[in-house]
Design a protein around this ligand. Structure first.
Ligand code: PLP
Length: 590
């Protein structure tokens, strides 16, 4: 079988003279802790990728939406009921308005789009510009001025409008900025409509012309697609009625001709798959699962990472600065932490733990003790992440805490406003926690999980817990942040942990079982028989685990390594050898 996204003909090779830039498209990007334009792992990954691109000097620019009202601020009442509030932020304080004003048509109305620029500066001064698209432009219909307000807000129509602004609008802004683009990186299906924008350019604006294989190849040669969702239900789909009404009939037909429709629905993943020459999942196992889901295409994998200098707490950064000269550019130097005395890492971790304890006291009024073993669990409160697995047998957990000599458990995480089961899960955690709290077992659920709280938690706890339902976790990245800070994980073997877990060295696995009860039993078993006895009984051995976690996993699961793989496996010119300079020019929308 010939796979659709591999170049069929490599005989007529003309290498482009100069390498153009990479244009990176993502619905969410975590740019800075004061800019709430992200909801979770996808946005943090995008931001970390760009921070690494800046450090490594990669000619890359990025496109996302402005999200003027942010994602949302989470409030939890005394019984764990979540309410939400907008998070407006001062756009002008952080960003510069760019000149270009471009237009797309949505629901028959002209929608003007402008862009704000945020410059991400790397360690050596290289700048990665990020363009945040904005439809709150005078002259736009009031209905259209709010398209770029809420990340993942509104209904499915709202989502399609946003994706049109990102994909179609982003390509037009790029053209107006006169950037010469070598690779378009579609970070998750939300940005897939950019391929339709490129095809429109390839057809010279004649949307009625049926794309030939040659046209499809021209678009495919420019696009790289990273999928992040291991379950079919997670992929964005829109009805043909929506597609025609919102995008217009000719654009809808073009998307269909490009192979973007499945069972009468516009499927953003299909559209991106059919229009990209390189497709990857975000961890080895996720790549394999995606390959089984999309048998018509070759799906590779590049395992995620995190930006080391962003997620290592200051005391841990000081350890690295003392011992290594170039780790901020060359994260592989962190592998040599294996030769650094354990006490240095332990001392850094103690400082971070103290900071965490202060932060918990300030936020919740609860006083934690620094000699007590502390578990962290913080991530989006999606039900597949099973934040409540640890509470499957509350009596056993309470016993385990009492026998060991104390246990502190910290939770955080937002449920999407419309995800009622996830909201229930938070409420349930509150209820059980209230029942089993004791002198030896402290449990705190911290409100409004975000970047800053994430950094404080992953660096300050003693163990990072992850209990997703296999195989729903495409990668997961918070455990990588913990590792960089010398914090081992206890996790289901899903996502990155399949590659990161060396049992007893970098952390521990929760064995895969048929039922939830059995998995919970495995979790308790690991805590009771291995982890707590090691922490309380053999502190020097525990310190070695911390050092292994940092040296082995910190040096690999970072975005410097990840981006270098994207460069060599996905972006490099050899991967697009079928491209002529003229073809490069012609794919931009006219
Ligand atoms: C790192 C991070 C995530 C991703 O966590 P996962 O373990 O991958 O689910 C989500 N939200 C915030 C605020 C983060 O910092």
């Amino acid at each position: 079988m010939s796979l659709k996204n591999l170049p069929e003909d490599i005989s007529s090779i003309t290498l482009p003279e100069a390498e153009g830039i990479v244009a990176y498209f993502s619905m969410e990007i975590a740019l800075a802790s004061g800019i709430p334009t992200y909801s979770g792992g996808l946005g943090v990954l995008a931001g970390d990728t760009l921070r690494s691109a800046a450090d490594l000097g990669l000619p890359l620019s990025a496109f996302t939406l402005l999200h003027r009202k942010g994602y949302f601020r989470q409030h939890l009442d005394a019984s764990g009921v979540q309410t939400e509030e907008d998070q407006p932020w001062e756009v002008e304080k952080f960003l510069d308005l760019e000149d270009p004003l471009v237009e797309i048509t949505l629901e028959g109305r002209a929608v003007q789009i402008r862009a704000w620029r945020y410059d991400l500066e790397g360690v050596s001064g290289h700048v990665v510009p990020v363009y945040l698209l904005d439809t709150d432009v005078e002259g736009n219909d009031p209905r259209d001025r709010t398209i770029t307000d809420h990340l993942y807000g509104g209904d499915s129509d709202y989502r399609l409008r946003q994706e049109a602004v990102l994909g179609l609008g982003g390509v037009r802004i790029l053209q107006a900025l006169e950037s010469s683009v070598h690779v378009y990186h579609i970070n998750e299906g939300h940005a897939a409509l950019l391929t339709v924008g490129l095809m429109a350019g390839q057809l010279g604006g004649d949307l009625d012309r049926v794309p030939e294989e040659r046209d499809r190849q021209a678009v495919r040669r420019r696009c790289v697609f990273t999928t992040h969702t291991p379950v079919p239900a997670g992929h964005d789909r829109f009805s043909s009625e929506q597609m025609e009404r919102i995008l217009g009939r000719r654009t809808a037909i073009l998307a269909e001709r490009m192979g973007g429709c499945r069972s009468g629905m516009l499927n953003m993943t299909e559209l991106a798959l059919g229009s990209s020459r390189f497709v990857n999942g975000v961890a080895m196992q996720h790549g394999k699962i995606s390959q089984e889901m999309f048998r018509d295409y070759h799906v590779d994998s590049i395992t995620n990472g995190v930006h080391a200098a962003t997620w290592m707490a200051p005391p841990m950064q000081a350890v690295a600065d003392r011992n290594f000269s170039r780790w901020r550019i060359d994260n592989m130097q962190l592998r040599s932490l294996i030769g650094v005395p354990c006490e240095e890492i332990t001392r850094a971790h103690n400082d971070s733990k103290e900071r965490l304890i202060q932060e918990v006291a300030a936020r919740s009024g609860v006083g934690l003790r620094k000699e007590v073993f502390t578990i962290g669990f913080a991530r989006r409160a999606a039900t597949y992440k099973r934040a409540d697995l640890l509470f499957s047998d509350p009596a056993r957990l309470a016993r385990c805490a009492a026998d060991a000599g104390g246990l502190q458990i910290l939770y955080a995480g937002k449920a999407h406003p419309r995800d009622l089961p996830a909201k229930d899960m938070i409420h349930r955690i509150y209820e059980i926690a209230a029942e089993i709290r004791s002198d030896s077992l402290k449990i705190v659920y911290l409100e409004n999980y975000d970047w800053e709280l994430g950094a404080t938690l992953t660096s300050g706890v003693d163990l990072w817990l992850n209990t997703p339902e296999r195989p729903h976790e495409a990668s997961g990245t918070s455990g990588m942040k913990a590792a960089l800070n010398g914090v081992p994980s206890l996790s289901v073997l899903d996502g990155w942990w399949v590659e990161g877990c060396i049992e007893g060295f970098t952390g521990w696995e929760i064995p895969d079982k048929d039922t939830r009860e059995e998995e919970a039993a495995g979790l308790y078993e690991q805590l009771e028989s291995k982890i707590l006895p090691l922490y309380y009984g053999r502190p020097q051995e525990w310190q070695k685990v911390m050092r292994w976690a940092a040296a082995l996993n910190g040096s690999f699961f970072n975005t410097h390594r990840m981006l270098q793989q994207y460069i060599s496996d996905a972006y490099s010119p050899e991967k697009s050898i079928n491209v002529s300079a003229a073809a490069l020019e012609s794919v931009l929308v006219r």
